[in-house]
Structures are given as structure tokens and as C-alpha cells.
Design a binder for this molecule. Structure first.
Ligand code: PMP
Length: 358
């Protein structure tokens, strides 16, 4: 459908496919990289307390307590922290604040799909840098580009949906080469085995690190993301935010997020369980003939030489197992499979055994 009432470019946007979030019980839901474990008991207690503490009043527009907690956790100042409704919103603010220029924004050709969506929404031209033959970001390809010709660089580390991480040394080379523009590193999955660029923030005034509480902190349902970086960059995001939604986080989300960062033991326990299950799932897939990319995330990206991705996706769906497949060149035969509980992962493997035996 198109409408004469719409702004230019809206017809080219695609509504989110609600099929990824079916509200049906008993599905083995391994399609959107949620944490299989619930939030910690301390988080649930903080939510109950927040709910009783005057929801008739607006929340703290600055999310001060959370910003302070994030600053302390990462060894930064409050001026170097920005929070929003999920990292999706935070990314949108960053794109608006930093990349609406006459030059293109550099990003991997296969990466998180929202980068392209936001660029299209805000009129930002993109320059896609292909992943190498192993489906990995090769920073040499970025270093070959004239830094004066671009508006900035966005890289997910680990990348999505491939799940492969690059080294901090490689990130540093990108930061140095593109010293005059903002380099955004999206670390949505960093806690599952990659090295965070947070420790480079004091050294590189052009670095922005985006993280989320949706994955390693089990809070996808509350929508909380944040950015860390030089105060000069954060100030740009704050200006965009204040002009758009000056109350980004509600009271419950603020309280839950503070409690999540206070419960380090639970975080480590869930993260370790996901990482050891990831090894089990990857080994089971390889034993069945799958090629599995080395994952530093809470999902694996795998393809089977005898099957098309869309056929495996459909066959798993018939067996009530939801995974993700992307109809994109080079990766169409891969499945992105989130790591679930032991029982969910076993159900996935049993369903695959059934399919492979047909
Ligand atoms: N970045 C990447 C690379 C992601 O995969 C996702 C989640 N799908 C996000 C950002 C957004 O996560 P959220 O909005 O839940 O914080």
C-alpha cells in the first residue's frame, strides 16, 4: 500500500514482521536472541518496589540513578553515558545526532538490519563494506577507504547475524584511521565472549559504544539500551533525545536496570550457562554436518550443505521450533539459532534429527 499523505521515503519502509514474536505457548522460541533465563530475583523485587512508588508521577527524565550506576560500572563519568528505550532507540538517536551529513555512513554489508532502516529514515547515504570470504568484518577493507570521504562508521562487534567478533586491536585501527568522524561499535552481544571497546573511550574521543540489557541481562521485555562515549558525542544525542522524547525510560525500567547491574553474580551465572550451552549446540550441529561460524554471542549461525535455509526454517517451524533465516545474498542458507535452555536446545536437535532422517 502507498498513500499520498505519506512523507517521501515512507513507502520504501517495511513494517516489522510480527511473525517473529508469535504469542503462542509451547513454541521453542530461538528466533530473536532473547536470554532463556528470567531476570534476577533482585530485579523482580526492584520492579515491585518501583510499581508501588508513585506511578502517577512522571519518571526522572535524566534516569540519574541508572546513568550513575552505568558510569560506576564502566569506570566513566555520568556525562559519558546516555540511556534509551532499547539500543534500537539509542541507535536512532546516534544516527540522527552524528551521521546526517552529505557523506555516506560506512557499515558491513551483512549486519544488523536497523542500521539501513535508520539511514533510510534520516536520509543518510550508506556505503556497505562486504564481509570477507569467511563472513567476517575485515578492517583492512575499511582502512583502504579515504577517511575524509565518509560521515562515520558503524560496526557491530560481535557482528549480527553472523555472531563473529573481531579483536580490540582491529577496532583501534578503525578508530585511528577514522579519527575525524564518530565510530559507533554496537556491542549488543559483547558479554557472551567478545572484548568490549569501553576501555578505549578515554583514549578515543570519536568512539561510541552501544550496549543493551535485552540479551545478557534478560530484560528484552523492558526495552533498555545505553551508549558510552566522550561527553561531546553524548551531548549531541541528548539534544536529539530532548527534542523527541524527554522521558525515554519509565520508572520501572529505570529501577530494574539499576538492580540488574547490582546483581553481578546472577549475570555471570546466566552468561556462563548460555556460553556452555552454545558449545553443546555448536558441537551437535557440527556432528550433523552443519558448518557453524565461531560465535561470540548468544546464538549460532549455521548452514547445512544439503539444505536450503528457507526449507530448514519451514521444517523446524512445522515442528514448533522457531529460528531465523535471512533472504540475503551469501547468507540465505544459514540459520540463526538463539541459545535456549537445555530442554529447548535438545528439542531443536531432536527436530533437526527428525528432518535429516526424512
Ligand atoms: N543491535 C544488534 C546487533 C541487535 O541484534 C539488536 C537486537 N536485535 C539490537 C541492537 C537492538 O536490541 P534492543 O533494542 O533490544 O536493545
Amino acid at each position: 500500500m502507498e498513500s499520498v499523505f505519506w512523507s517521501d521515503g515512507v513507502a520504501g519502509l517495511h513494517p516489522y514482521v510480527p511473525g517473529e514474536q508469535p504469542q503462542i505457548a509451547n513454541l521453542v522460541k530461538l528466533n530473536t536472541n532473547e536470554n532463556p533465563f528470567p531476570p534476577s530475583a533482585q530485579v523482580l523485587a526492584a520492579i515491585a518496589t518501583a510499581a508501588q512508588s508513585g506511578l502517577q508521577r512522571y519518571p526522572d527524565p535524566q534516569s540519574s540513578e541508572l546513568v550513575h550506576a552505568l558510569a560506576v560500572y564502566h569506570g566513566l563519568n555520568a556525562e559519558q553515558v546516555f540511556v534509551g528505550n532499547g539500543s534500537d532507540e539509542v541507535l536512532a538517536h546516534a544516527f540522527r545526532a552524528l551521521y546526517v551529513k552529505q557523506k555516506p555512513l560506512l557499515m558491513p554489508d551483512i549486519s544488523y538490519s536497523f542500521y539501513g532502516v535508520y539511514a533510510a529514515l534520516f536520509g543518510i547515504p550508506c556505503q556497505a563494506v562486504p564481509l570477507n570470504s569467511e563472513l567476517v568484518v575485515d578492517v583492512n577493507d575499511y582502512l583502504a577507504i579515504d577517511p575524509n570521504s565518509v560521515a562515520g562508521v558503524v560496526i557491530a562487534n560481535p557482528n549480527a547475524p553472523t555472531g563473529v567478533a573481531i579483536s580490540l586491536a582491529d577496532i583501534e585501527r578503525v578508530l585511528q584511521h577514522f579519527g575525524q568522524v564518530a565510530v559507533l561499535i554496537d556491542e549488543a552481544y559483547v558479554d557472551f565472549g567478545a572484548e568490549s571497546a569501553c576501555k578505549l573511550i578515554e583514549q578515543y574521543p570519536n568512539l561510541l559504544v552501544v550496549q543493551t540489557l535485552s540479551k545478557s541481562r534478560s530484560l528484552a521485555g523492558l526495552r533498555i539500551g545505553f551508549v558510552l562515549g566522550a561527553s561531546e558525542l553524548i551531548d549531541g544525542l541528548v539534544r536529539v533525545k530532548d527534542s523527541f522524547n524527554s522521558y525515554p525510560l519509565d520508572k520501572i525500567a529505570q529501577a530494574a536496570a539499576v538492580a540488574a547491574f547490582a546483581d553481578q553474580a546472577y549475570f555471570e551465572q546466566c552468561r556462563d550457562a548460555v556460553m556452555s550451552e552454545r558449545a553443546v549446540v555448536a558441537a551437535a550441529l557440527e556432528a550433523r554436518g552443519f558448518k557453524v561460524l565461531p560465535s561470540a554471542t548468544n546464538f549460532v549461525f549455521a548452514s547445512h550443505p544439503a539444505y536450503q535455509g528457507r526449507d530448514l526454517l519451514a521444517a523446524l517451524r512445522e515442528r514448533a521450533v522457531l529460528v531465523r533465516q535471512f533472504e540475503k545474498p551469501r547468507i540465505a542458507d544459514f540459520l540463526r539459532i538463539s541459545i535456549g535452555t537445555v530442554a529447548q536446545n535438545q528439542a531443536l536437535i531432536a527436530a533437526l534429527d527428525d528432518i535429516l532422517a526424512q
